[in-house]
Design a protein. Structure first.
Length: 482
């Protein structure tokens, strides 16, 4: 498609072209039910908590040195080695304590009964497809306030509090309508459009900074039998990893804030409509890898690392998760979304980056101070460097990369953050309303649109219906940007 210049009368320029060119789809079919999380407040306090230990410079939280530590970790893209190393440091500090580190991919299946029975673990990496709904857990007072951890002295510099060693936005990510901190997101995730520079070199191309250039490159690739895009079709809530910052770039962060706040007509904003039309154009022009709606995250990533598609929306865990299938010369990189047209409110480079891999300490944990101390250890420079070296991702500790030789993917993430500057977006829908984000917006709307079973207009309408229902649902706690 030829480039269309923006009009001086305030029209949307390329947005109108996209609307005219997008082919119509058929009415969407009901989405497959997705496991939703709902924490029950049932049960009692379980066994009595251990007495608090003696507070000291080496033990500022006053952890009982003989109390067992029950740690459950999601065994996903980051693996578990970094956590094993961190528990070894905990064991050095508290050699009398028995430590249990349990890996699982079934967080909700295994832990929901324990929450219901009042016997949850002391520390949980609440991540993955079965992530428990953080908003629900906070709303039902199931989580411990991590403020004691945030106000504790950091391991590397006792003159600094832990909260002062975190990357920008991490502390706020753990807050829900107020000052208490309920979640410690350990990884610092750069979301965006991931690609192989080697693949682009084959088309004599750099990452396209405009949507016209994106479509032109996809058209060129299609002629050579290579798809422009793929995504986790079975888990289409990966699509927002690039779509949401695209919306924010077009209309400004206030558009995303309105969606997070569940405001009336938030999805009917011109920026949302324009972004949906643009993404639907990828489907309409045949630029999405055939069969993508049936692929899970691993299968789509594998197709991508096999050079079957140029681009994939994802987070920075993808480098480690896809390591087994990634060619040595792949030169994996990430970029902020392409711009739409000259009317975009924010510059190219506008990015979604935020704390990820959420860690929580249950309110009814037997050894909550032990869980917090384990996190304090993980937020040291040594643990952070170890995490970055082993899983090829930044941690939420602001540092730990000095002297390290970074991979192309990790370096591109660092470069993307530098380019973004203050234009870093932080949508909260995925942690305030997990069920709404994943099952409804993701599977029930965006997944249907990108598969061609729903038009952009129908997708907007469906997203708004889902959001309005959530806003009116008195059984869930509602949150707003402060």
């Amino acid at each position: 498609m030829a480039s269309t210049s923006a009009q001086s009368d305030g029209g949307l320029g390329r947005r109108d072209v996209i609307k005219r060119s997008a082919a119509l789809g058929v009415i969407g079919v009901p989405a497959v039910s997705f496991l939703s999380a709902c924490a029950s407040g049932g049960g009692d306090d379980g066994a009595s908590k251990p007495d608090k230990g003696k507070t000291s410079a080496k033990n500022p939280l006053g952890v009982n040195d003989t109390a067992p530590l029950d740690f459950v970790i999601f065994d996903g893209g980051f693996g578990t080695e970094y956590a094993k190393d961190a528990t070894a440091l905990y064991r050095k500090s508290f050699p009398k304590a028995k430590i249990s580190l349990t890996p699982t991919q079934k967080i909700q299946t295994q832990l929901q009964p324990r929450f219901n029975g009042g016997t949850p673990p002391d520390l949980i990496d609440n991540s993955g497809a079965e992530q428990m709904d953080m908003g629900v857990l906070v709303g039902q007072k199931q989580l411990a306030d991590l403020t004691p951890l945030m106000d504790a002295p950091s391991i590397d510099d006792p003159s600094k509090k832990v909260r002062d060693t975190l990357r920008p936005g991490v502390l706020e990510m753990g807050q829900f309508n107020g000052a208490p901190v309920y979640v410690m997101n350990y990884a610092y995730t750069v979301y965006g459009v991931w690609y192989s520079q080697t693949a682009l070199d084959r088309f004599d191309a750099q990452y396209p900074e405009t949507w016209d250039d994106m479509l032109a490159l996809c058209a060129k690739a299609k002629k050579k039998g290579v798809a422009g895009w793929t995504y986790a079709g079975k888990y289409p809530y990966y699509i927002p990893f690039s779509l949401f910052p695209f919306i924010g770039k077009i209309g400004g962060r206030e558009v995303l804030d309105a969606i997070d706040n569940l405001e009336p007509n938030c999805w009917k904003a011109p920026a949302v409509k324009a972004a949906f039309d643009a993404y639907y154009e990828l489907y309409a022009k045949g630029y999405i890898l055939k069969g993508t709606p049936g692929l899970d995250h691993i299968q789509s990533q594998t197709a991508w690392t096999q050079y079957k598609a140029l681009f994939i929306p994802n987070g920075s865990w993808v480098e480690n998760e896809a390591a087994k299938t990634t060619p040595k010369d792949f030169r994996m990189k990430v970029s902020a979304p392409s711009g739409l047209d000259a009317h975009d409110k924010l510059p190219f480079g506008t990015l979604w980056a935020a704390g990820g891999e959420p860690y929580i300490v249950p309110a009814k944990a037997k050894n909550p101070l032990g869980g917090m101390e384990q996190l304090r250890i993980m937020l040291s420079e040594a643990s952070s460097r170890n995490f970055t070296q082993k899983v090829k991702s930044l941690s939420s500790f602001d540092g730990g990369t000095e002297g390290l030789t970074l991979t192309s993917a990790l370096q591109s993430g660092v470069d993307a953050l530098k380019k973004a500057g203050s234009n870093v977006l932080n949508p909260r829908l995925q942690d305030w309303y997990v069920d709404l984000m994943k099952q409804k917006i993701g599977v029930g709307a965006l997944g249907e649109m990108m598969a061609g079973r729903m038009t952009p207009a129908e997708c907007v309408k469906k997203c708004q219906e889902f959001t309005d229902a959530a806003a009116k649902d008195s059984s869930i706690t509602h949150y707003k940007h402060q």
